[in-house]
Design a protein around this ligand. Structure first.
Ligand code: AMP
Length: 417
């Protein structure tokens, strides 16, 4: 199929050509016409299938035809916010559309000032958006379309309350598009409460599974570093991502690799300042960094096309995270290899590292009902300015049984200016 057959405007066709896309992907063929018709959608698709351009092209066509005036795109992480924002900006350029991004880790005042200017699309992480709404820098009532991108990931990392609150505050007759790699109970709850009459679109993975070679290696705990060095030396010059579970693990491994004279090593974790993280990804993209040691912060939505090797130094905590990590290689049909270290003799502390890091990260936050959802994993996008992991004593703990009064910004759009 050709993009022309989707009956897109000449301006959108031009931007698609500028991006170098020759044919629409499966998700684009299935979703774009339905978005243009104004249908609420639930789309099951992984990253790497072209889903961003699917909702991007659909939204931009609607905005260009004045069917939608302002759209909100919710994403789980800052990295994804930046990537989605960049793709939407390119797609919307010939139409003169303004796309802005709001995410934790950047100065709130700076973003508030930016959002005083006009825009058509706002790409935001849920925590930062709630902060901006509370400060009256964003009015949810102004949006008549919303995209929940990687909705399962947003729920996984503890943004459930924020997502439901934001959906509550949007006008009920808006267009709602939900994209998720899995359709589980959490997604079904969003659908039943907030997406009337949705159409379900299911998309297979774009790359053939055989393009990725998986290898599981039994490694005694104390031999993991030497095994890592051996594995990297067996793949000289291959762009590689090494996943460790905690930021401390990441820092330690980076140091070990440098001490062993592995060239061009970088690291990425959720405690790094946003400009540093962006710069690191850019250097990895440009091949200035060849081995990137990272927490799960890099497991989703990181668009680096030519990663040839993924090493799960620490096993992923569940199958889904494993799939997302693996999805960083073999992108757009290229081949790739995933090596997973299995250490059956890991000391208990190591196995419970998730729990341990949670208490390490927990520092007293504001006593605000938005902070009381389930915990966020280390290195994940947090609420508020720091972008650190879970905050507040209530995170991951008890839930409030009493009904709380809705925050002012969320109490229905009629009250707002
Ligand atoms: P996504 O599923 O949005 O994470 O997209 C994965 C990658 O596919 C991105 O790097 C896009 O630039 C690229 N992409 C999206 N649509 C197409 C297309 N029709 N042809 C080629 N590449 C595409």
């Amino acid at each position: 199929m050709k993009f022309e057959e989707l009956r897109l405007s000449a301006k959108t066709l031009k931007s698609i050509k500028d991006l170098g896309y020759e044919e629409p992907t499966e998700v684009q063929v299935k979703a774009i016409p339905r978005i243009m018709e104004g249908k609420n959608l639930i789309v099951r698709s992984q990253t790497g299938t072209g889903k961003t351009a699917a909702f991007g092209i659909g939204l931009i066509e609607r905005i260009a035809s004045k069917a939608t005036s302002k759209a909100l795109v919710l994403v789980p992480t800052r990295e994804l916010a930046l990537q989605v924002c960049a793709e939407l900006r390119t797609l919307g350029l010939p139409h003169g559309l303004n796309v802005r991004a709001a995410y934790g880790g950047q100065k709130l005042m700076f973003q508030m000032r930016d959002l005083e200017k006009s825009y058509h699309i706002l790409v935001a992480t849920p925590g930062r958006l709630v902060d901006l709404c509370e400060r009256r820098a964003v009015y949810l009532s102004k949006f008549n379309a919303v995209v929940l991108d990687e909705a399962d990931h947003m729920l996984d990392i503890g943004f459930r309350k924020e997502v439901f609150g934001i959906l509550d505050g949007l006008p009920p007759d808006r267009l709602t598009l939900l994209f998720s790699a899995t359709i589980d109970e959490g997604i079904r709850q969003i659908a039943s409460r907030h997406i009337p009459g949705p159409e379900l679109i299911e998309v297979g993975e774009m790359r053939p599974v055989s393009a990725i070679k998986e290898e599981r290696v039994d490694v005694p705990h104390l031999q993991k570093v030497p095994k890592l060095l051996e594995t990297l030396r067996l793949h000289p010059g291959t762009k590689s991502l090494v996943f460790a579970r905690t930021k401390r693990g990441v820092m330690r491994l980076k140091r070990k690799l440098e001490e062993a004279n592995i060239p061009q090593v970088g690291m990425l974790h959720g405690d790094m300042e946003q400009p540093k993280r962006t710069r690191m990804i850019e250097r990895f993209r440009k091949n200035e960094i060849k081995v990137l040691v990272a927490t799960n912060v890099a497991s989703r939505g990181l668009h680096v096309e030519d990663v040839g090797l993924i090493i799960n130094y620490d096993e992923a905590e569940n199958r889904e995270t494993h799939l997302h990590r693996s999805g960083r290689t073999g992108r757009m049909g290229a081949s790739g290899k995933v090596v997973t270290f299995i250490s059956r003799d890991a000391p208990p502390l190591q196995r419970n590292v998730r729990q341990q890091s949670r208490s390490n990260y927990g520092n007293p936050g504001r006593d605000n009902s938005w902070h009381k959802g389930p915990g966020r994993g280390p290195g994940q996008e947090g609420r508020g300015g720091s972008g650190h992991g879970p905050r507040g004593p209530g995170r991951g703990g008890r839930r409030h049984s009493k009904r709380r009064r809705k925050p002012v910004w969320q109490r229905g759009h009629r009250r707002q200016r």
